[in-house]
Write a protein of this length. Structure first.
Length: 277
Protein backbone atom coordinates (compact mmCIF):
# COMPACT_ATOMS: atom_id res chain seq x y z
CA UNK A 1 0.00 0.00 0.00
CA UNK A 2 2.83 2.37 0.88
CA UNK A 3 4.55 1.61 -2.42
CA UNK A 4 1.33 2.34 -4.31
CA UNK A 5 1.01 5.73 -2.59
CA UNK A 6 4.63 6.54 -3.43
CA UNK A 7 4.07 5.60 -7.08
CA UNK A 8 0.96 7.77 -7.17
CA UNK A 9 2.72 10.89 -5.85
CA UNK A 10 5.61 10.25 -8.22
CA UNK A 11 3.35 11.41 -11.07
CA UNK A 12 3.03 15.23 -11.30
CA UNK A 13 -0.19 14.93 -13.33
CA UNK A 14 -1.77 12.70 -10.68
CA UNK A 15 -0.82 15.15 -7.93
CA UNK A 16 -2.30 18.07 -9.89
CA UNK A 17 -5.48 16.07 -10.44
CA UNK A 18 -5.74 15.28 -6.74
CA UNK A 19 -5.26 18.95 -5.80
CA UNK A 20 -7.93 20.05 -8.29
CA UNK A 21 -10.33 17.38 -7.04
CA UNK A 22 -9.75 18.42 -3.42
CA UNK A 23 -10.52 22.03 -4.41
CA UNK A 24 -13.84 20.95 -5.96
CA UNK A 25 -14.66 18.86 -2.87
CA UNK A 26 -13.77 21.85 -0.68
CA UNK A 27 -16.15 24.04 -2.70
CA UNK A 28 -18.94 21.51 -2.24
CA UNK A 29 -18.37 21.25 1.51
CA UNK A 30 -18.04 24.98 2.13
CA UNK A 31 -20.91 26.09 -0.14
CA UNK A 32 -23.44 26.38 2.69
CA UNK A 33 -21.01 28.33 4.87
CA UNK A 34 -19.78 30.79 2.22
CA UNK A 35 -23.18 31.24 0.59
CA UNK A 36 -25.84 30.54 3.24
CA UNK A 37 -28.69 31.83 1.07
CA UNK A 38 -30.52 29.81 -1.54
CA UNK A 39 -28.25 29.90 -4.63
CA UNK A 40 -31.32 30.13 -6.87
CA UNK A 41 -32.73 33.18 -5.04
CA UNK A 42 -32.56 36.56 -6.74
CA UNK A 43 -29.50 38.42 -5.48
CA UNK A 44 -29.06 41.52 -7.62
CA UNK A 45 -29.38 43.08 -11.04
CA UNK A 46 -29.33 40.60 -13.94
CA UNK A 47 -26.19 40.07 -16.03
CA UNK A 48 -23.59 41.82 -13.90
CA UNK A 49 -20.17 41.10 -15.35
CA UNK A 50 -17.61 39.20 -13.22
CA UNK A 51 -15.39 41.31 -10.93
CA UNK A 52 -17.40 44.47 -11.64
CA UNK A 53 -19.23 44.26 -8.30
CA UNK A 54 -17.50 43.03 -5.11
CA UNK A 55 -20.75 41.40 -3.97
CA UNK A 56 -20.81 39.17 -7.03
CA UNK A 57 -17.27 38.11 -7.87
CA UNK A 58 -18.38 35.97 -10.81
CA UNK A 59 -21.31 38.16 -11.78
CA UNK A 60 -25.00 37.32 -12.03
CA UNK A 61 -27.03 35.31 -14.54
CA UNK A 62 -30.06 36.22 -16.64
CA UNK A 63 -32.34 36.32 -13.58
CA UNK A 64 -29.96 38.15 -11.23
CA UNK A 65 -28.76 35.08 -9.32
CA UNK A 66 -25.21 34.90 -8.00
CA UNK A 67 -23.10 32.79 -10.35
CA UNK A 68 -20.42 32.11 -7.71
CA UNK A 69 -23.03 30.65 -5.35
CA UNK A 70 -24.33 28.43 -8.15
CA UNK A 71 -20.79 27.28 -8.94
CA UNK A 72 -20.17 26.28 -5.33
CA UNK A 73 -23.50 24.51 -4.93
CA UNK A 74 -23.12 23.02 -8.40
CA UNK A 75 -19.98 21.25 -7.17
CA UNK A 76 -22.21 19.38 -4.73
CA UNK A 77 -24.54 18.29 -7.51
CA UNK A 78 -21.69 17.23 -9.80
CA UNK A 79 -19.97 15.16 -7.10
CA UNK A 80 -23.25 13.73 -5.82
CA UNK A 81 -24.47 12.60 -9.22
CA UNK A 82 -21.02 11.52 -10.37
CA UNK A 83 -20.31 9.55 -7.20
CA UNK A 84 -23.75 7.95 -6.78
CA UNK A 85 -24.09 7.06 -10.46
CA UNK A 86 -20.60 5.54 -10.41
CA UNK A 87 -21.48 3.35 -7.42
CA UNK A 88 -24.66 2.17 -9.15
CA UNK A 89 -22.82 1.43 -12.39
CA UNK A 90 -19.93 -0.37 -10.69
CA UNK A 91 -22.19 -2.50 -8.47
CA UNK A 92 -24.38 -3.61 -11.39
CA UNK A 93 -21.38 -4.10 -13.67
CA UNK A 94 -19.36 -6.07 -11.12
CA UNK A 95 -22.26 -8.40 -10.30
CA UNK A 96 -23.06 -9.15 -13.94
CA UNK A 97 -19.42 -9.38 -15.00
CA UNK A 98 -18.49 -11.60 -12.05
CA UNK A 99 -21.24 -14.15 -12.64
CA UNK A 100 -20.65 -14.14 -16.42
CA UNK A 101 -16.90 -14.60 -16.08
CA UNK A 102 -17.02 -17.18 -13.29
CA UNK A 103 -19.73 -19.52 -14.54
CA UNK A 104 -19.22 -19.13 -18.29
CA UNK A 105 -21.40 -21.22 -20.59
CA UNK A 106 -25.04 -20.23 -21.00
CA UNK A 107 -24.84 -17.85 -18.02
CA UNK A 108 -22.09 -15.90 -19.74
CA UNK A 109 -23.98 -15.94 -23.04
CA UNK A 110 -27.24 -14.62 -21.55
CA UNK A 111 -25.60 -11.92 -19.45
CA UNK A 112 -23.39 -10.72 -22.30
CA UNK A 113 -26.36 -10.55 -24.67
CA UNK A 114 -28.12 -8.35 -22.10
CA UNK A 115 -24.99 -6.21 -21.89
CA UNK A 116 -24.84 -5.89 -25.66
CA UNK A 117 -28.52 -4.93 -25.74
CA UNK A 118 -27.70 -1.96 -23.49
CA UNK A 119 -24.77 -1.02 -25.73
CA UNK A 120 -26.78 -0.96 -28.97
CA UNK A 121 -28.01 2.55 -28.23
CA UNK A 122 -25.55 5.34 -27.33
CA UNK A 123 -25.50 6.15 -23.62
CA UNK A 124 -27.04 9.58 -24.05
CA UNK A 125 -29.91 8.37 -26.23
CA UNK A 126 -30.81 5.68 -23.69
CA UNK A 127 -30.50 8.26 -20.92
CA UNK A 128 -32.95 10.56 -22.75
CA UNK A 129 -35.43 7.70 -23.00
CA UNK A 130 -35.19 6.88 -19.28
CA UNK A 131 -35.57 10.53 -18.25
CA UNK A 132 -38.52 10.99 -20.61
CA UNK A 133 -40.27 7.93 -19.15
CA UNK A 134 -39.47 8.26 -15.43
CA UNK A 135 -39.06 12.03 -14.99
CA UNK A 136 -36.20 14.42 -14.42
CA UNK A 137 -35.83 14.64 -10.65
CA UNK A 138 -32.32 14.56 -9.24
CA UNK A 139 -32.79 11.00 -7.93
CA UNK A 140 -34.17 9.76 -11.25
CA UNK A 141 -31.36 11.35 -13.25
CA UNK A 142 -28.72 9.85 -10.94
CA UNK A 143 -30.17 6.35 -11.19
CA UNK A 144 -30.62 6.69 -14.95
CA UNK A 145 -26.99 7.77 -15.43
CA UNK A 146 -25.87 4.77 -13.36
CA UNK A 147 -28.04 2.39 -15.38
CA UNK A 148 -26.63 3.49 -18.74
CA UNK A 149 -23.02 3.32 -17.47
CA UNK A 150 -22.71 -0.28 -16.23
CA UNK A 151 -21.90 -2.27 -19.44
CA UNK A 152 -18.23 -1.22 -19.63
CA UNK A 153 -17.47 -2.16 -15.97
CA UNK A 154 -19.32 -5.44 -16.56
CA UNK A 155 -17.11 -6.34 -19.50
CA UNK A 156 -13.97 -5.36 -17.61
CA UNK A 157 -14.98 -7.45 -14.58
CA UNK A 158 -15.83 -10.42 -16.82
CA UNK A 159 -12.40 -10.27 -18.44
CA UNK A 160 -10.70 -10.23 -15.03
CA UNK A 161 -12.76 -13.20 -13.81
CA UNK A 162 -12.00 -15.17 -16.97
CA UNK A 163 -8.29 -14.74 -16.31
CA UNK A 164 -8.52 -15.54 -12.60
CA UNK A 165 -11.11 -18.32 -12.27
CA UNK A 166 -8.65 -21.15 -13.03
CA UNK A 167 -5.71 -19.83 -10.99
CA UNK A 168 -4.13 -22.00 -8.31
CA UNK A 169 -5.68 -20.18 -5.34
CA UNK A 170 -9.16 -20.69 -6.82
CA UNK A 171 -8.48 -24.37 -7.45
CA UNK A 172 -7.25 -24.67 -3.87
CA UNK A 173 -10.50 -23.10 -2.63
CA UNK A 174 -12.55 -25.58 -4.60
CA UNK A 175 -10.47 -28.43 -3.17
CA UNK A 176 -11.22 -27.15 0.34
CA UNK A 177 -14.94 -27.27 -0.42
CA UNK A 178 -15.62 -23.55 -0.76
CA UNK A 179 -18.90 -22.71 -2.48
CA UNK A 180 -19.14 -20.69 -5.68
CA UNK A 181 -20.34 -17.53 -3.92
CA UNK A 182 -17.47 -17.76 -1.44
CA UNK A 183 -14.97 -18.09 -4.26
CA UNK A 184 -16.51 -15.19 -6.21
CA UNK A 185 -16.74 -12.74 -3.32
CA UNK A 186 -13.88 -13.86 -1.12
CA UNK A 187 -11.17 -15.04 -3.50
CA UNK A 188 -11.58 -13.76 -7.05
CA UNK A 189 -13.33 -10.42 -6.60
CA UNK A 190 -10.64 -8.81 -4.37
CA UNK A 191 -8.05 -9.61 -7.06
CA UNK A 192 -10.28 -8.38 -9.90
CA UNK A 193 -11.27 -5.07 -8.31
CA UNK A 194 -8.15 -2.85 -8.83
CA UNK A 195 -8.68 -2.25 -12.58
CA UNK A 196 -12.41 -1.79 -11.97
CA UNK A 197 -11.71 0.81 -9.28
CA UNK A 198 -9.39 2.63 -11.67
CA UNK A 199 -12.05 2.56 -14.39
CA UNK A 200 -14.55 4.05 -11.92
CA UNK A 201 -12.88 7.43 -12.50
CA UNK A 202 -13.84 7.21 -16.18
CA UNK A 203 -17.42 6.34 -15.24
CA UNK A 204 -17.57 9.29 -12.84
CA UNK A 205 -16.23 11.74 -15.41
CA UNK A 206 -18.73 10.54 -18.01
CA UNK A 207 -21.56 10.70 -15.44
CA UNK A 208 -20.79 14.37 -14.73
CA UNK A 209 -20.79 15.13 -18.45
CA UNK A 210 -24.05 13.24 -19.03
CA UNK A 211 -25.87 15.13 -16.28
CA UNK A 212 -24.52 18.42 -17.56
CA UNK A 213 -25.71 17.59 -21.08
CA UNK A 214 -29.18 16.76 -19.75
CA UNK A 215 -29.30 20.00 -17.77
CA UNK A 216 -28.11 21.97 -20.80
CA UNK A 217 -31.09 20.58 -22.73
CA UNK A 218 -33.30 21.49 -19.72
CA UNK A 219 -34.13 17.85 -19.11
CA UNK A 220 -32.55 17.65 -15.66
CA UNK A 221 -33.97 18.89 -12.36
CA UNK A 222 -34.47 22.68 -12.71
CA UNK A 223 -34.82 23.13 -8.96
CA UNK A 224 -31.14 22.56 -8.18
CA UNK A 225 -28.12 24.75 -8.84
CA UNK A 226 -26.20 22.64 -11.33
CA UNK A 227 -23.49 23.68 -13.74
CA UNK A 228 -25.43 22.28 -16.68
CA UNK A 229 -28.51 24.33 -15.80
CA UNK A 230 -26.36 27.47 -15.68
CA UNK A 231 -24.84 26.71 -19.09
CA UNK A 232 -28.36 26.21 -20.45
CA UNK A 233 -29.30 29.67 -19.22
CA UNK A 234 -26.13 31.14 -20.66
CA UNK A 235 -26.85 30.01 -24.20
CA UNK A 236 -29.68 32.56 -24.39
CA UNK A 237 -27.17 35.40 -23.94
CA UNK A 238 -24.10 33.69 -25.36
CA UNK A 239 -23.21 36.40 -27.88
CA UNK A 240 -23.11 39.24 -25.36
CA UNK A 241 -22.78 37.83 -21.83
CA UNK A 242 -20.74 34.75 -22.73
CA UNK A 243 -19.38 34.42 -19.20
CA UNK A 244 -22.70 32.99 -17.94
CA UNK A 245 -22.03 29.79 -19.90
CA UNK A 246 -18.21 29.93 -19.87
CA UNK A 247 -17.73 29.93 -16.08
CA UNK A 248 -19.71 26.72 -15.36
CA UNK A 249 -18.16 25.20 -18.48
CA UNK A 250 -14.70 25.78 -17.02
CA UNK A 251 -15.87 24.26 -13.73
CA UNK A 252 -17.00 21.11 -15.56
CA UNK A 253 -13.74 20.97 -17.51
CA UNK A 254 -11.63 21.25 -14.35
CA UNK A 255 -13.66 18.63 -12.48
CA UNK A 256 -13.62 16.09 -15.31
CA UNK A 257 -9.90 16.71 -15.85
CA UNK A 258 -9.22 16.25 -12.13
CA UNK A 259 -11.15 12.96 -11.98
CA UNK A 260 -9.39 11.69 -15.12
CA UNK A 261 -5.92 12.58 -13.79
CA UNK A 262 -6.66 10.91 -10.46
CA UNK A 263 -7.83 7.80 -12.30
CA UNK A 264 -4.65 7.75 -14.38
CA UNK A 265 -2.59 8.14 -11.23
CA UNK A 266 -4.41 5.22 -9.61
CA UNK A 267 -3.75 3.12 -12.70
CA UNK A 268 -0.03 3.91 -12.48
CA UNK A 269 -0.02 3.12 -8.77
CA UNK A 270 -2.05 -0.10 -8.82
CA UNK A 271 -1.04 -1.64 -12.15
CA UNK A 272 1.61 -4.28 -11.36
CA UNK A 273 3.03 -4.00 -14.89
CA UNK A 274 4.11 -0.43 -14.14
CA UNK A 275 5.83 -1.09 -10.82
CA UNK A 276 9.26 -1.23 -12.37
CA UNK A 277 8.96 2.10 -14.19
Amino acid sequence: MTDAIKRYFRSPAAVVGLILLLVVIGMAISAGWIYPRDPLALAGRPLIWPFSNPRFLLGTDNSGRDIAAQIFYGARIALLIGGAATVIAIVIGVLIGAFAGYFGGWVDTVLMRITEAFQILPNFVLLLVLVAVFGSTLTTVTIAVGIVSWPAPARLTRAEFLSLRNREFVQAGRTLGMKDLQLILGEILPNALPPVIVYASVVMAVAILLESALAFLRLSDPNVASWGNLIGLGRDVLRVQWYVAAIPGIAILITVLAVSLVGQGLNDALNPRLKGR
